[in-house]
Ligand binder design. Structure first.
Ligand SMILES: Nc1ncnc2c1ncn2[C@@H]1O[C@H](COP(=O)(O)OP(=O)(O)O)[C@@H](O)[C@H]1O
Ligand SMILES: [Mg+2]
Length: 1059
C-alpha cells in the first residue's frame, strides 16, 4: 500500500531484521520478499523474477528501487562488487530523469516500461545487469495533458545547469521560452529539479558516461527544446497552395549550430517531403500543418531514440564482465494501469493497459490456473476455485487476425485514405460481438444510446475497469512516421551521437520498406518479455494506492476494494489457503532433504517417492502438513518448509564440520608423518656427522699420543745406541792406540836389532873381505873376481831351479801356494814363474773338461763378470752348482699341464716369491725361463699367470746386498708392460739373472739385458712407480729378508747384515 509519505521501515536496521529470515516469520515487507527471492536464487540456483504491478502511482517504481537496494545491501561486498552495485543503482536516476514525468496520478510517473535483469555469480555477488526498455511515451515530448509535465530532464537542465553550460547549449533558464514545456505545472512541490540535475549528472558519471557523451546528450535535449520553438507561417504560392515558411530562423540556426547541421538542409526538410517509389522520386511541398507534424515527429523521434541510446549505453557499462554462467534476478517495473477519467485516453494508454493486461494474465496463469491444475494433475483432493481469466481481453487486443492491434496495423498498411475514423469503423464491424468491446456505432444496439460513449471513441472492459479510448491519433502514433528528408538531414549532422541515432538516414542504406509499426513492435517485445518471465520463478509485489489524491492518511475503501478485486487477490488468497505453500518433485526433494533421515542418507536405493515417504515419516511433522502427489510432494504450511530448511541447515553444518574434521585430521596427519620422516632423516644425518667428528677427534688424539710415545721411545733408543756406539768407539780407539804403541815399540826394537845385526855382518864381511883380499891378492889375476862372481850366481840359480822341482805346488788351479824366494835378486823370476805355472796348470785343467761342464763354467764365469764384487750374495753362490731345473718340470706329473703350455725347452724352473705391491708380502710362483720368454705360473695349479717374451724385458734390477730380490723391468710400451714390472725374490738369484742375461744375449732379436745393481731402484707397478729401497737391517730381526710397504711410493726391503 502506497503510504504517500516516508515511513521508517526501510532503514538499515530493517534490512538486518529481515535478512536471512523466513518469509512468514516477520510481518509482510518488501524486504521479506526480496530476501526470499535472493536466497532462492543463491541457494537453490533458481532464476527469479520480481513482478511489480499496480496502477499508475501505486508505488511500483519505489518498490523496485527498494528491492534493488535490499539486494545490494545483503549481497557480497568488495571493491569490484560495490562498483557493480553502485552502477546498477545509479542507472535509476538517469533513466528516471529521461523517462519519468509528473502526471496527474504520480509526480514521478514512469513513462516507459523497464525490465532489469540483475546477474549474480554462484556466491550471490552481483556481476552486472541488462536493462530492457519498453515503449517510451514519446508524445509527451511535444504535448502534455493538462496538469502534467514533460520529462523531468528538460526542467532539470534548465534549473540545474550552470550559466556557462546553458550558454554553451544556447538555452535560457526561463521555461516560458519553450513551447514544449507546459507551464501550468512546471514547478512541482517537493521536487527539486536543480538538485536532481546534479544527482543525474553524478549518476551518469558513476555509470560510466564520458564527459563528451554527457555533453552530447545535453545537446540533444537542448535541440529538442529548440525544435519546439521553430514556428511556421504560410506563404501562398502561385498555384494557389499554401507553403510553409519558417517564421523566425534564429531558433533553427541555433539548433543547427548545436547539432552541427547545415541550416539549409534542415530548412528544406521542413518545407519539402520527398516520396520515393521504386523508380522515381517525387518532391512535394509541406503546408504549415504538415511542417508542424514533421517538426513534432522529429522531436519525438529524437528524444525517444536518445532514450533508447541511453539504455544501450547504460547496458554497456553494467553488463557482466565474465562469461561464466550466472543466475538472474529480473525486476519488472512497468508503467501502471492508467485511466484518464475524461476519456482522454489515447494510443499510449491503450498500449500501457494492454501491457498490464498481459501481466495480470501471467499472474493468473502462474498462481491461479497453473496451481489449481497442478493439484488436479497430481491427484490431490481439490475443490476448484473460480476466478476471472482475462485471457479473453488479451485476445481482443493481440489476436493476430482480428485483434485490435492487428487491425490497426492493417489500416496503417492499407493503400488508400486511412484515417482514425476508418480504423474505428473497422473495429466496429469486427469486434462488435466481443463482450469486452464497446462502441457507439457497433452493431451491439445496447450502446446506441449510451451517451457516455462518444462517437469517436471505443471502450474496453479491462480487468481493472472500463477505459474509454479516443481513436484520434491512433493511426499516426502507430505509424510513427518520420519523413525521410528529416532522417537524412539528421544523418548529415556533424554530431556523432545524432548520426548514430538516425542510421536509416544514410543515403547508402535507403530502405523502401516500411518500418514495423509501434503496436507491432510493442506486441512482439511484450511477447518476448512474457516468455522470459515464464522461465523464472515469479515473486509478486502488488502495489495498491489508498487514494487518488496522492495524499497520506486517506484511505478510500471503494478504491482499495476495487483494486483488490480486479487484481484477483481474493481468489489468490483462497487458493493459497486451501492449497499448499510448497511443492517439489520427489527427486529434488529427496536430494535436498535426504540428510535429515538416517535411512535416506547418504543414498536411497529405490523410487524417490518412497524415499520421501520414509523421510517424512521419520520427521516430527504431522501428516496433514503434507500430501503426496503423483510426482511431487506438497507441503501445506511454510512453517513446515522452514522447519525442513532449518533442519537441513543444521545437518549441513554438521556435515561440513564432519568433512572439515576429516580433512583437517588427514592434513595434520600427513603433515605430521612428513615431519616425522624428515626428522629421522635429519637425525640420521646429524648423528652420522657427530660420530664422524668424534671419531676424527679420537683418531687424531690417538695419533698424537702415539707419535709422542714413539718419539720418546725412539729418542731413548737412540740415546742408548749412541752411548753404546761411543763406548765401542772409545774401546776401539783406546785399543788401537795401545796396539799402535806396542807395535811401534816392537818395530823400533826389531829395526834396531836388524840394523845392529846388519851392521855387525857388514862390518864383519868388510873385515873378512879385506882380510881375504889381503891374503889372496898375491894369488889372483886381475879378472878372476868377475868369473868367480858369475859362477857363484849360476850355481845359486841352479840350486834354485833344482830345489823348485821338488817344492812345486799342486796342479789345482785354486792352489795359490808358491815356495818362498831364497834371494832377493831372484825377485823378478820369482814373480813371473808362478804366473806361467798357473797359466799352464789352468790349460791342463781345462783340457780335461767335457762340453757340459764347460757350459757350466761359462755360466759361472758370466755370473762372476756380472756380480763379482758388486753384490754381496755372489760369493756364497760360487760354490753352488747351477742346476737349472729345480722342479724337474718335465718329469714331475704335477707340472705336466704347465710343461705342455710351454713349448720351448725350459732353461730354468724354480719357485720364486712374487712380491705383492700392496703389502710387500710374497706369493709363491713357478718361474720358468725358456729361450724366448719368462713364464710365471701358480705354484699349486701350475696355471700360467704371466708370460713375458724376452724382447719385452728392458732390464733387471737387483740390490748390492745379500738378498734375493730382483725386479724384471719391462719395456715401456710393450704388450707385457700393461700389468707392470715384476718384483720377485729367489734363493737362486745369481743363477736366474745369469741365465736371463745369457739367454737374452744369445737370442737373436733382442739386445743384451741390462743388469742394474743398486740399492734403490724404481719399479713400475700397474699405475704407479714405486721405489724399492734396500737397507741394512739389524740381525736381531731374524735372518730373513723382510719387505714392507712404507707408503705409496716406497717399498722398503730390510736385509740382515751378514756378520
Ligand atoms: N514505499 C513508499 N513510501 C513512501 N512513499 C511512496 C512509497 N511508494 C510510493 N510512494 C509515493 O508514491 C509516488 C508514486 O510512486 P511510484 O513508485 O512512482 O509509482 P508507480 O511507479 O507505481 O507509478 C512516489 O513518488 C512516492 O511519493
Ligand atoms: Mg513507475
Amino acid at each position: 500500500m502506497n503510504p504517500y509519505r516516508v515511513l521508517p521501515i526501510f532503514t538499515p536496521e530493517k534490512v538486518e531484521e529481515y535478512r536471512n529470515r523466513n518469509f512468514y516469520e516477520l510481518s509482510p515487507h518488501i524486504y521479506a520478499l526480496a530476501d526470499e527471492a535472493y536466497r532462492s536464487l543463491r541457494d537453490q540456483d533458481k532464476d527469479q523474477c520480481i513482478l511489480i504491478t499496480g496502477e499508475s502511482g501505486a508505488g511500483k517504481t519505489e518498490a523496485s528501487k527498494l528491492v534493488m537496494s535490499y539486494v545490494a545491501a545483503v549481497c557480497g561486498k568488495g571493491q569490484e562488487v560495490n562498483k557493480v552495485k553502485e552502477q546498477l543503482l545509479q542507472s535509476n536516476p538517469v533513466l528516471e530523469a529521461f523517462g519519468n514525468a509528473k502526471t496527474v496520478r504520480n509526480d514521478n510517473s514512469s513513462r516507459f516500461g523497464k525490465y532489469m535483469d540483475i546477474e549474480f555469480d554462484f556466491k550471490g555477488d552481483p556481476l552486472g545487469g541488462v536493462i530492457s526498455n519498453y515503449l517510451l511515451e514519446k508524445s509527451r515530448v511535444v504535448k502534455q495533458p493538462r496538469g502534467e509535465r514533460n520529462f523531468h530532464i528538460f526542467y532539470q537542465l534548465l534549473s540545474g545547469a550552470s550559466d556557462d553550460t546553458l550558454k554553451k547549449l544556447k538555452l535560457d533558464r526561463d521555461f516560458s521560452k519553450y513551447n514544449y514545456l507546459s507551464l501550468d505545472s512546471a514547478v512541482v512541490n517537493g521536487l527539486d529539479d536543480a538538485a536532481n540535475f546534479r544527482t543525474v549528472k553524478n549518476a551518469m558519471q558513476i555509470v560510466g558516461f564520458m564527459e563528451d557523451e554527457v555533453q552530447s546528450v545535453l545537446e540533444l535535449v537542448a535541440a529538442v527544446l529548440k525544435l519546439g520553438d521553430i514556428e511556421f507561417k504560410p506563404e501562398s504560392r502561385c498555384n494557389g497552395t499554401d507553403e510553409s515558411r519558417i517564421k523566425d530562423k534564429n531558433d533553427l540556426k541555433e539548433m543547427c549550430e548545436l547539432l552541427g547541421i547545415e541550416q539549409s538542409v534542415l530548412e528544406r526538410a521542413f518545407s519539402y517531403r520527398t516520396v520515393e517509389a521504386r523508380l522515381e522520386k517525387v518532391s512535394t511541398t509541406l503546408n504549415v500543418a504538415q511542417a508542424y507534424y514533421a517538426r513534432d515527429a522529429l522531436a519525438k523521434n529524437l528524444y525517444s531514440r536518445l532514450f533508447s541510446w541511453l539504455v544501450t549505453r547504460i547496458n554497456e557499462s553494467i553488463k557482466a564482465q565474465t562469461k561464466a554462467r550466472h543466475k538472474v534476478m529480473g525486476v519488472l517495473d512497468i508503467y501502471g494501469f492508467e485511466i484518464f477519467e475524461d476519456g482522454d485516453n489515447s494510443f499510449e494508454q491503450f498500449i500501457i493497459n494492454y501491457c498490464n493486461e498481459k501481466l495480470q494474465q501471467i499472474f493468473i496463469e502462474l498462481t491461479l490456473r497453473e496451481e489449481q491444475e497442478e493439484y488436479v494433475r497430481e491427484g490431490i483432493e481439490w475443490t476448484n476455485i473460480e476466478y476471472f481469466n482475462n485471457a479473453i481481453i488479451c485476445d481482443l487486443i493481440e489476436n493476430h487476425q482480428n485483434g485490435i492491434l492487428a487491425m490497426l496495423d492493417e489500416e496503417c498498411l492499407r493503400p488508400g485514405t486511412v484515417t482514425d475514423e476508418t480504423f474505428l469503423d473497422k473495429l466496429n464491424t469486427i469486434c462488435a460481438e466481443h463482450q469486452h468491446f464497446e462502441s457507439r456505432l457497433s452493431k451491439n444496439s445496447k450502446f446506441l444510446t449510451d451517451h457516455s460513449l462518444p462517437h469517436n471513441c471505443f471502450r474496453i472492459q479491462h480487468y481493472a475497469g472500463k477505459v474509454l479510448y479516443r481513436v484520434e491519433g491512433f493511426v499516426d502514433k502507430n505509424n510513427d512516421l518520420l519523413y525521410r528528408d528529416l532522417s537524412q538531414a539528421m544523418y548529415k549532422a556533424n554530431h556523432s551521437l545524432i548520426k548514430q541515432l538516425f542510421p536509416e538516414g544514410n543515403p547508402a542504406k535507403v530502405n523502401l520498406k516500411r518500418p514495423p509499426t509501434a503496436g507491432f513492435q510493442f506486441r512482439a517485445s511484450v511477447g518476448t518479455l512474457m516468455k522470459n518471465l515464464q522461465t523464472k520463478n515469479p515473486n509478486y509485489i502488488r502495489c495498491i494506492k489508498p487514494n487518488d489524491k496522492k495524499a497520506s492518511h486517506i484511505f478510500t475503501d471503494s478504491l482499495v476494494c476495487h483494486q483488490v478485486r480486479y487484481l484477483g487477490l481474493m481468489e489468490n488468497v483462497r487458493v493459497r489457503r486451501a492449497g499448499y505453500a510448497f511443492r517439489q518433485a520427489y527427486e529434488p526433494c529427496l536430494e535436498r532433504y535426504k540428510m535429515l533421515c538416517k535411512r535416506t542418507w547418504p543414498h536411497w536405493r529405490g523410487p524417490a517417492r518412497e524415499g520421501v515417504e520414509v523421510l517424512m515419516a521419520d520427521l516430527p511433522v504431522p501428516a496433514e502438513e503434507f500430501s503426496f502427489g503423483r510426482s511431487k510432494i506438497f507441503i501445506r504450511n511454510p512453517r513446515t518448509l522452514f522447519f525442513l530448511e532449518e533442519r537441513r541447515r543444521q545437518c549441513l553444518q554438521d556435515l561440513a564440520t564432519l568433512i572439515q574434521k576429516i580433512y583437517r585430521g588427514w592434513k595434520c596427519r600427513s603433515h605430521f608423518l612428513l615431519l616425522k620422516k624428515s626428522q629421522i632423516v635429519v637425525a640420521a644425518w646429524y648423528r652420522r656427522y657427530a660420530q664422524e667428528k668424534k671419531y676424527q677427534k679420537i683418531k687424531s688424539a690417538t695419533t698424537v699420543v702415539q707419535s709422542y710415545t714413539r718419539g720418546w721411545q725412539a729418542r731413548k733408543l737412540l740415546r742408548e745406541l749412541k752411548y753404546q756406539k761411543r763406548c765401542e768407539e772409545a774401546v776401539t780407539t783406546i785399543s788401537a792406540f795401545w796396539h799402535g804403541t806396542q807395535a811401534r815399540m816392537e818395530l823400533r826394537r826389531l829395526k834396531q836389532e836388524a840394523r845392529n845385526k846388519q851392521a855387525v855382518t857388514v862390518i864383519w864381511a868388510y873385515w873378512q873381505g879385506t882380510k881375504v883380499r889381503r891374503e889372496y891378492r898375491k894369488f889372483f889375476r886381475a879378472n878372476a873376481g868377475k868369473k868367480i862372481y858369475d859362477f857363484t850366481i849360476q850355481r845359486i840359480m841352479q840350486k834354485y831351479f833344482l830345489g823348485l822341482k821338488s817344492t812345486m805346488p799342486s796342479m789345482s788351479p785354486i792352489d795359490k801356494s808358491w815356495p818362498a824366494r831364497p834371494y832377493r835378486f831372484l825377485d823378478g823370476v820369482h814373480r813371473e814363474l808362478p804366473r806361467i805355472f798357473h797359466l799352464w796348470r789352468c790349460k791342463k785343467y781345462r783340457s780335461q773338461f767335457t762340453e757340459e761342464k764347460k757350459a757350466v763354467y761359462e755360466e759361472k764365469l758370466e755370473a762372476s763378470e756380472i756380480f763379482k764384487d758388486k753384490k754381496a750374495l755372489y760369493p756364497s753362490s760360487v760354490s753352488q752348482p747351477f742346476k737349472g731345473d729345480y722342479l724337474e718340470i718335465s718329469k714331475n706329473p704335477k707340472y705336466q699341464k704347465l710343461n705342455s703350455a710351454v713349448d720351448e725347452k725350459v732353461l730354468l724352473a724354480d719357485v720364486v716369491n712374487k712380491i705383492n705391491r700392496a703389502n710387500g708380502k710374497g706369493t709363491a710362483r713357478i718361474f720358468l725361463l725358456t729361450k724366448k720368454s719368462v713364464v710365471l705360473a701358480d705354484q699349486k695349479t701350475g696355471q700360467v699367470k704371466a708370460s713375458v717374451p724376452l724382447p719385452d724385458l728392458a732390464s733387471v734390477s737387483v740390490s748390492t746386498q745379500s738378498d734375493g730380490f730382483f725386479a724384471l723391468r719391462l719395456k715401456e710400451g710393450s704388450a707385457s708392460a700393461v700389468k707392470g714390472d715384476f718384483l720377485l725374490s729367489s734363493e737362486h738369484l745369481i743363477e736366474i739373472i745369469t741365465k736371463l742375461h745369457r739367454t737374452g744375449a744369445t737370442a737373436a732379436d733382442s739386445e743384451q739385458l741390462n743388469v742394474d745393481i743398486s740399492d734403490e731402484f724404481l719399479v713400475q707397478f700397474k699405475h704407479d712407480k714405486v721405489c724399492v729401497k734396500f737397507i741394512q737391517g739389524a740381525p736381531k730381526n731374524g735372518n730373513s729378508v723382510s719387505c714392507k710397504r712404507k707408503n705409496n711410493r716406497l717399498l722398503e726391503v730390510s736385509v740382515p747384515t751378514t756378520a
